[in-house]
Design a protein around this ligand. Structure first.
Ligand SMILES: NC(=O)c1ccc[n+]([C@@H]2O[C@H](COP(=O)([O-])OP(=O)(O)OC[C@H]3O[C@@H](n4cnc5c(N)ncnc54)[C@H](O)[C@@H]3O)[C@@H](O)[C@H]2O)c1
Length: 312
């Protein structure tokens, strides 16, 4: 098994390195430091390892960063994605699983978000790159019969999570006694999904490569499947949480009050996400269900130990 990452400095590289150290303790795991944008290197890695299944998670993530650094998204998420698909095509990989995002639902407000909904109205370039990945995947499923599964992750959180996401930034600010920035005056809801549930779902999906859907009709196209070996899945908790409730739970676990600075909705952001997971449950007989209190508690335990916080 080989893992690829360029360990870029979008956030603290020591956190990335420590995650990697854990993986490298498995003798069957090999690591190649490489940029998915580098066509020749990625092609060589595919030729060397001939993977039968590929899980592609590397991307320039974050909605807000995409407002200031749009080119990074096209390079990592579009050029990089093409290189991964080309590698899969060259080695006739049996299944490409890749990270899409709940952000593809963009301006949609019909809840819960379903893979059967039209997702043609993204509100950030990040979302547009993820939707583009789904379109690109469909062409390779159609042209080369490459089985592809796109996973629309809904606000993943937990230990070792990204430091640019709300849970980390809020926790750090609360611990340091600084104000937290609460967007859309707090009128936000997120379908927070615990990391272990995401991992469980991905592992169960690995052997389940998509087949053509014989019921799919060209005169009434269902966006969630295809006549080609292609699918997209929501992976969310199916239980949206108010941002203010989320903050209260965090305050309780940290045993500290947050100082809240209320701000308008940020450009590129959406006020609510909520995943319909019927198709996922039918497919893998599992759907994420970790209660937010449990997930935040595990996160706070990790944060406290990792950053050596002494505050309770
Ligand atoms: N975390 C979430 O809530 C969430 C929600 C929806 C979708 N996603 C998607 O899930 C995937 C994983 O996200 P994450 O939150 O775990 O982020 P992460 O930052 O922990 O993981 C992404 C990894 O990709 C690597 N990477 C970035 N660009 C690269 C490049 N050009 N070449 C090689 N490596 C590169 C980074 O160094 C990083 O280690 C991403 O595709 C992200 O867009 C995440």
């Amino acid at each position: 098994m080989v893992g690829i990452d360029n360990l870029n400095d979008y956030y603290d590289t020591s956190l990335k390195q420590e995650r990697l150290n854990m993986l490298q303790s498995y003798p069957s795991f090999a690591f190649r430091r490489a940029n998915v944008e580098d066509q020749d290197t990625i092609s060589q890695i595919f030729q060397s390892y001939m993977p039968s299944v590929v899980i592609h998670l590397a991307a320039q993530a974050g909605v807000r960063y995409s407002l200031k650094n749009p080119h990074a998204y096209i390079q990592s998420n579009i050029v990089g994605f093409l290189n991964i698909m080309e590698g899969c095509r060259q080695v006739q990989c049996e299944h490409l699983i890749y990270a899409s995002s709940s952000s593809v639902y963009g301006a949609n407000t019909a809840m819960p978000f379903s893979v059967r909904d039209n997702v043609d109205h993204p509100v950030s370039l990040y979302a547009a790159t993820k939707k583009s990945n789904e379109l690109m995947a469909h062409t390779y499923s159609h042209l080369y019969g490459l089985p592809t599964t796109g996973l629309r992750f809904f606000t993943v959180y937990g230990p070792w999570g990204r430091p640019d996401m709300a849970l980390l930034t809020f926790t750090k600010a609360i611990v340091e006694g600084r104000p937290i920035q609460v967007y859309n005056e707090g009128k936000m809801k997120r379908d927070f999904t615990y990391i272990d549930d995401i991992v469980e779902a991905v592992v169960r999906l690995l052997p389940l490569k998509p087949a053509a859907n014989p019921a799919w009709r060209k005169d009434r196209p269902d966006p969630g499947s295809s006549y080609a070996p292609y699918r997209v899945c929501n992976i969310g908790n199916n239980q949206p949480v108010d941002l203010l409730s989320f903050i209260s739970i965090l305050e309780e676990k940290l045993n500290r009050r947050a100082v809240k600075e209320f701000l308008p909705l940020q450009a590129g952001d959406v006020p609510e996400t909520y995943a319909a997971v019927d198709e996922l449950t039918e497919l893998i007989h599992f759907s994420p269900a970790t209660p937010i209190e449990v997930g935040i508690s595990r996160f706070v335990d990790w944060y406290t130990e990792y950053y050596g916080v002494q505050y309770v």
